[in-house]
Write a protein that binds this ligand. Structure first.
Ligand code: CP3
Length: 324
């Protein structure tokens, strides 16, 4: 999840003087930041240090990540002319992805047998930042664009699908062992809007890695009503946020679907017994899945005590039971 490393003093000291997005395109820095939480917490996989708007920056768009705010675009994309002016994603984009490939190679070399999860932002979530210009509570302009100018929306979302899909592919070809497509804000949509205007584009992004032998995890926040259609976008593993118990998620997903989730990040600010109780409950609720990637139900809050995370990982390892 985003911000996993942000609670670490070694992350803050390495990042000092470098903007978030600049640190993502410096291979040595991106690799080191990816490795920091793996070394410290002894998790079973690393997640590549980057951001869902890094591909847009590499394609030439003006975008920054404002601390405490999130991604902010210089020029919101709202009209047909704005979409016409998006940079073409040709060989230049491929060349611009080189620092990402290099960072993945450096990371994978050092991780040795620990897998690296690559990721990208899904078309709805990334396009929503582009249309709104920054973070938004209700994604009103984006949803209005979908309804009023569906053909303009489709061209924008198709552009993002190619942008994110090629970003995923670059990470896998450089050595990532799995991918995760984050559609963080998709929970703002009803099922009809999702299947009609969004799923085809998420499917196009995931199709860019479908020929490669890696699991494709798909995650949305507040997306309990969208789990089956999101899986149908071409995912092979469904991420579930902390709002839905994993046994409920398994009831609506086809038998045999592996799941990822979903310890409530709020327990990081409670007591050890409360954390252990939540961890046991998540393991029990996920026990019937054909595979369960244990993680938090959303991002690590920046003011989390790192020791709490290390202890939680170690507790989870103690609970591990051999699968039949
Ligand atoms: O934890 C990690 O370092 C993994 C890499 C990662 C980041 N962003 C780095 C990051 C991942 C997987 C993301 C994904 C991401 N980024 C998502 C999808 C996942 C999710 O959380 O729903 C979204 C929606 C974003 C957009 C974004 N980037 C937001 C909302 C923010 C927070 C802004 C803030 O300061 O509150 C970011 C910034 C960001 N991305 C940070 C990191 C480490 C924090 C930068 C910093 O302050 O050092």
């Amino acid at each position: 999840m985003r911000q996993a490393g942000r609670s670490l003093p070694e992350y803050r000291s390495l990042r000092e003087g470098t903007t978030m997005l600049d640190s993502c395109v410096r291979p040595d820095m991106a690799a080191e930041i990816t490795l920091q939480p793996v070394r410290r917490h002894r998790v079973d996989a690393g997640i590549f240090f980057s951001d869902i708007v890094v591909p847009a920056r590499l394609a030439g768009l003006g975008v920054e990540i404002r601390p405490g705010v999130g991604p902010v675009f210089d020029h919101p994309i709202r009209t047909e002319a704005d979409v016409d002016a998006l940079p073409p994603l040709g060989d230049d984009y491929d060349a611009a992805l080189e620092p990402i490939r290099e960072a993945v190679r450096l990371t994978v070399d050092e991780l040795a047998t620990t897998p690296l999860i690559g990721f990208a932002g899904a078309p709805f979530t990334v396009a929503s930042y582009m249309v709104e210009g920054g973070p938004s509570r209700d994604h009103l302009r984006t949803r209005a664009l979908m309804r009023s100018r569906p053909e303009v929306w489709d061209r924008l979302a198709a552009w993002v699908a190619e942008l994110s899909g090629r970003f995923l592919r670059a990470q896998v070809l450089a050595g990532a062992s799995a991918v995760q497509l984050f559609d963080s804000w998709v929970g703002a949509l009803g099922a009809e809007m999702y299947t009609g205007h969004v799923r085809p584009h998420s499917a196009a992004a995931l199709a860019r890695v479908a020929d490669l032998p890696v699991p494709r995890i798909h995650f949305g926040v507040g997306a309990a009503h969208l789990l089956p259609p999101m899986l149908e976008a071409g995912a092979t593993v469904m991420g579930v946020d902390h709002r839905l118990r994993l046994d409920r998620a398994l009831e609506v997903l086809p038998a045999g679907t592996p799941i990822q989730g979903n310890i409530d990040p709020a327990v990081l600010f409670t007591s050890e017994p409360a954390r252990h109780e939540e961890a046991r409950a998540v393991l029990a609720a996920g026990a019937r899945a054909s595979g369960h990637v244990v993680n938090l139900g959303h991002g690590v809050p920046p003011d989390t005590d790192p020791q709490v995370l290390t202890d939680l990982v170690s507790f989870l390892h103690e609970q591990r039971v051999p699968r039949a």
